[in-house]
Design a protein around this ligand. Structure first.
Ligand SMILES: Cc1cc2nc3c(=O)[nH]c(=O)nc-3n(C[C@H](O)[C@H](O)[C@H](O)COP(=O)(O)OP(=O)(O)OC[C@H]3O[C@@H](n4cnc5c(N)ncnc54)[C@H](O)[C@@H]3O)c2cc1C
Length: 449
């Protein structure tokens, strides 16, 4: 038997395991620091069997263009195949067969045209929208399958503390109680919540890495009517804009028509904003993230720290909460108050957010970029820059370091070690994280044939 340990049971780890156990000469132990999917609550967003994707909106972006940087390692054609393979697995376990993109090609071309006239680049992508409910169902079914299969053990509530590395080769892992477990291969799939751990391990064992950008911004909430002429044809409008003053890239991300704004609890109890939507429960609003991407250069090497610092500021000013502000108040340079939010035309779907002033939180550069992009979006979605539009802050996407790996997701420094998913800094979405797990599994399967 070839013994494989997988650290992290999120999108990448789960799919690597699923693929590996098809071969009965492989035994897989999967370690997850969070709870099992049967015990997890919605408050445990980032950690537990199923990973960060478990309570997500389950929006599978079936394109090679976003959700990660896997095309830096493999060809687009190869990635397309892997995306199809991962998508088939989701269809099998969730039962959701429909694709959300209405294939009205002419209409989409027209929207692209309108955007391009306003210096906005629209990327159309096929989306399979599982919805939070079906996404959870699929993960529960995968969990049940793992419980049944003989060549896999799932260890939840079991954080991995360290690796065992000897003479440049991986030999196993060390658990929190210092017990040692020996393996032939180890796949690290620790996600964003395991980023800090991944960094520590990389430093300790001299695993080479590069710096990824950090994305900082807000979650915007508008009436559905403002975005319906896009979302009726494209579930997810992905729009990029380069600002005039700073020439920064600002992008829309994670669009939820009829969705709900949510709080995300990050490591170290930092609260940030996110959004999701249900297949069978809809609000009257659309929410999406508006993010400014920053890649720091020498000498600063800690984009995650920077993002956490800004999120911390928002938490501090809102009494341990996230901030909501009317766009009109932001433009007028005044805070939003409970009264102003109560009277606001757009009713917040995140009731618990604290009305406040984002200009005390976001640096001038981000604020300028975000305001400018809102006004630009208003040219193709009239009403976007209305005073009643809500902005929640802050939304931060941490990608931090990117582990140097080869096209099979193998670490370039330590033999038999694979690094996949968001934790390795090579993906930032469910489907590419799935694909990266499958790539590592395929490499192991090829080797033992
Ligand atoms: C609220 C929310 C909504 C999202 N919505 C979408 C969406 O609609 N579509 C989309 O494509 N993407 C979405 N994403 C992003 C997506 O969930 C991630 O890109 C994806 O889950 C990454 O997969 P992963 O396996 O790399 O990491 P994760 O899914 O984060 O899994 C990593 C797992 O490793 C565990 N772990 C960490 N450290 C250790 C350790 N030392 N020992 C043991 N276990 C450890 C963690 O507990 C975690 O469960 C969303 C994310 C969030 C938070």
């Amino acid at each position: 038997m070839v013994k494989v340990a997988i650290i992290g049971a999120g999108s990448a780890g789960m799919f690597a395991a699923y693929k590996l156990i098809q071969n009965k000469n492989i035994s897989v132990d999967i370690y997850e620091k969070g709870k099992s999917i049967l015990e997890r609550t919605r408050k445990e967003v980032m950690s537990g069997f199923g990973g960060a994707g478990a309570f997500s909106d389950g929006k599978l972006t079936l394109t090679t263009e976003f959700g990660g940087w896997l095309t830096d390692y493999i060809s687009e054609a190869e990635l397309e195949k892997l995306i199809d393979e991962a998508d088939d697995i989701w269809v099998k376990f969730s039962g959701v067969t429909e694709i959300d993109t209405k294939s009205d090609y002419e209409k989409i071309k027209d929207l692209e045209y309108q955007c391009s006239r306003n210096k906005l680049r629209l990327y159309a992508a096929k989306i399979r929208h599982l919805g939070t409910d079906n996404c959870l169902l699929a993960i529960k079914r995968i969990y049940e399958l793992f419980e049944k299969e003989e060549n896999i053990n799932v260890y939840c509530n079991t954080p991995v503390k360290d690796l065992i590395v000897e003479s440049g080769k991986i030999k196993g892992i060390v658990l929190a109680d210092d017990s040692k477990k020996y393996y032939d291969k180890v796949i690290i799939a620790v996600g964003r919540s395991g980023n800090a751990w991944m960094q520590e391990i990389a430093e300790k064992y001299g695993i080479d890495s590069d710096i990824n950008p950090v994305d900082i911004g807000v979650r915007v909430e508008v009436p559905r009517a403002v975005t319906d002429h896009f979302t009726n044809y494209l579930y997810e409008f992905k729009i990029k804009y380069y600002t005039t003053e700073f020439e920064d890239e600002v992008r829309t991300f994670c669009v939820n028509p009829g969705g709900f704004v949510a709080i995300e609890r990050n490591d170290g109890d930092i609260l940030t904003v996110n959004g999701h939507s249900y297949k069978n429960k809809k609000s009257n609003n659309t929410n999406f993230a508006l993010l400014v991407s920053t890649k720091f250069t020498e000498p600063f090497k800690e984009p995650v720290k920077y993002g956490r610092y800004i999120a911390n500021l928002a938490n501090m000013l809102s009494g341990g909460n996230v901030i909501v502000q009317r766009f009109g108040d932001l433009l007028r340079g005044r805070r939003s108050t409970v009264k102003r939010i109560e009277k606001n035309f757009v009713v917040p779907t995140l009731k618990s957010a604290m009305p406040g002033d984002l200009s005390f939180v976001l640096p001038y550069r981000y604020l300028t970029d975000l305001k400018e992009t809102m006004l630009q979006l208003d040219t193709v979605m009239p009403g976007m820059a209305d005073p009643n539009t809500l902005m929640y802050g802050v939304e931060v996407k941490f990608y931090s370091l990117r582990i140097r790996i080869d096209k099979n997701m193998r670490s370039q420094n330590i033999e038999n070690l694979y690094c996949v998913g968001d934790g390795a800094g090579i993906t930032r979405g469910i489907i590419q994280a799935n694909a990266s797990g499958i790539i590592a599994a395929n490499d192991i399967l090829r080797e033992i044939q």
